[in-house]
Structure formats: structure tokens, C-alpha cells
Design a binder for this molecule. Structure first.
Ligand code: ADP
Length: 270
């Protein structure tokens, strides 16, 4: 190594330069790690704030309903509204439970601990069951459901996880479906099982169609609906763990179709 004027560096100068370079490299690495750590802390703080906010609202509803229930229980004359109050309290409790499950899933999946309990099951039958289980929620949202799932579609899948996929897609259709009809279709297409959930609601703009599958990503038009922005991320992780994929086709104001494809047993094309 030579100085600009052409003189050779001495051994001491070289040692000094090398140690400076090593320090600079360490400092840059420290700065990079610090940046990554600060970002992780920021993401965690954001999560805690959003989660805290979202968990608070069903909790408030729960407390209000329980308070009213207690008052009604004292006053037997007003007991006619009791069942309705209890129902509302139960729903708020259920929502709280689902939000907490989502948060637990995020940490489980992020830590690479999503394991599947596969069993033979019929996706069409499972879908019919879940649509019936969610019919009240869909009806409350004003959405009539058209179900096309009469032909058996057998595969080896994790039942509880696929139930979660169905619950997420159906509750999104109820939430963002603007009270318009929701169509749910299950069929075998060649070597894949396809589940499509279509609504005619607010839709997702082209530029948002990728990011909504990421953690905490929500579109502008969804801001006044409740949610943590975790459902689609979890759904995608579950579908991918099964070797499948999920995609959305949508136009703002016209509705969205979410399609899940899962490989069918049998593997290679015949
Ligand atoms: P959440 O509904 O709790 O916000 P999701 O992960 O399920 O979380 O969805 C992420 C975002 O994707 C939503 O906030 C919304 O912006 C958009 N989205 C999901 N499903 C639909 C749908 N059926 N129609 C329109 N937008 C949707």
C-alpha cells in the first residue's frame, strides 16, 4: 500500500490503518444491528398499541353488558331483555378470545412453531359446516350466503387450521361485504382443491393487494372496521404450511374474491 505521494506506509502506519478499518467495520455493524433492533422494538410497540386498542373495545362491551345484566337480574320486571344482554356479552367475550388467539398465533408462527395435525377430511363438508356456524354473523352483516359445495373434496389437512382459514375469510366477507351477497365455492380443479369466497363489498385496490397478506397491514378504507390486520397473514401461513397458496382478485367498490388452493393427495399429474 502506498500513500498518494508514493511513499510506502510504515509497518506502524499500516497497523494503525488496519485497526481503524476494523473499528469502522464494527461500528457499521453495530449501527446496523441497532437499526434492526430499534425497528423490531418499534414494530412491537406498534403491535402492543393496536392490540391494546382492539382488545379494549370488546372488553368495554363485555363490561357494559355484564353491568346491565347484573342490574336486570336485581329487577325481575325487566328480565325480558336478559337473554339478549347475555347474548351480547357472550359475543364480546368470543371476540376477545379470537383476538387473543390471533396474537398467540402470530408469536407461534413467527417462532416457526406452526405444526399441522393432518387427517383425512372433506373440504366441502367442512365449508358447509363453517358457513352454517357463521350464518348468524353473516346475517347480522346483512349478507345472504350462496354456497356451492356439494361435491366431496377429500384431502389430508389440519381441520382446526382450515376452520380458522374459513372463519377468517368468511368474517372478512361479512365485515367488508357491505351487506351484499357472499358466494362460497369449493371444488376440485385438477390436482388442487379450490375454495373461493367472493363478496361484493368495498374491495381492495390493486396497489394494496399484496400487502394485505402481511402482518398488521390494513387498507385505508378498512380503517373504520375493527381488526388487527392479522387474519390474512395467519391464513396465508396456514395455507402455505399445507403446500398451497392464496390470492385475491378485486376491484374497489365492486368486491373481492379470495381463492385458496390446496394440493390434493395423489401428487404427480396422471
Ligand atoms: P383485519 O380484517 O383484522 O384488518 P385481515 O388480515 O383479515 O385483518 O385483513 C387485512 C386487510 O385486508 C383488511 O384490513 C382490509 O383492508 C383488507 N381486506 C381483507 N378482506 C377483505 C375483503 N373481503 N374486502 C375488502 N378488503 C379486505
Amino acid at each position: 500500500i502506498r500513500e498518494a505521494r508514493g511513499r510506502e506506509y510504515t509497518a506502524e502506519e499500516r497497523a494503525l490503518l488496519e485497526s481503524l478499518a476494523a473499528r469502522a467495520a464494527l461500528a457499521i455493524e453495530d449501527a446496523r444491528l441497532y437499526g434492526a433492533a430499534t425497528q423490531a422494538v418499534k414494530a412491537r410497540d406498534e403491535l402492543l398499541s393496536v392490540a391494546g386498542h382492539e382488545l379494549k373495545s370488546p372488553l368495554n362491551a363485555l363490561q357494559l353488558q355484564i353491568h346491565l345484566l347484573a342490574r336486570m337480574a336485581k329487577d325481575a320486571m325487566a328480565a325480558s331483555g336478559l337473554a339478549e344482554r347475555a347474548e351480547k356479552a357472550a359475543r364480546a367475550g368470543q371476540r376477545l378470545g379470537l383476538l387473543i388467539d390471533d396474537l398467540l398465533d402470530v408469536s407461534r408462527i413467527s417462532a416457526g412453531r406452526l405444526s399441522l395435525n393432518r387427517e383425512e377430511l372433506d373440504l366441502a363438508a367442512l365449508t358447509r359446516e363453517l358457513v352454517s356456524r357463521m350464518s348468524e354473523e353473516l346475517a347480522r352483516a346483512g349478507s345472504e350466503v350462496r354456497l356451492v359445495a356439494d361435491v366431496e373434496v377429500l384431502g389430508h389437512w389440519d381441520k382446526l387450521r382450515l376452520e380458522q382459514v374459513l372463519v377468517n375469510l368468511l368474517s372478512n366477507a361479512a365485515k367488508y361485504g357491505a351487506g351484499r351477497p357472499v358466494t362460497v365455492q369449493v371444488e376440485a380443479r385438477g390436482l388442487v382443491a379450490a375454495l373461493a369466497v367472493r363478496d361484493e363489498g368495498i374491495g381492495v385496490a390493486q396497489e394494496d393487494q399484496e400487502r394485505i397478506f402481511e402482518r398488521f397491514e390494513r387498507t385505508e378504507s378498512a380503517q373504520h372496521f375493527k381488526g388487527l390486520g392479522l387474519g390474512l397473514w395467519i391464513t396465508k401461513r396456514i395455507v402455505e404450511a399445507h403446500g398451497g397458496g392464496i390470492r385475491v382478485e378485486s376491484q374497489p367498490g365492486r368486491g373481492s374474491t379470495f381463492t385458496v388452493e390446496l394440493p390434493l393427495p395423489g401428487g404427480a399429474p396422471r
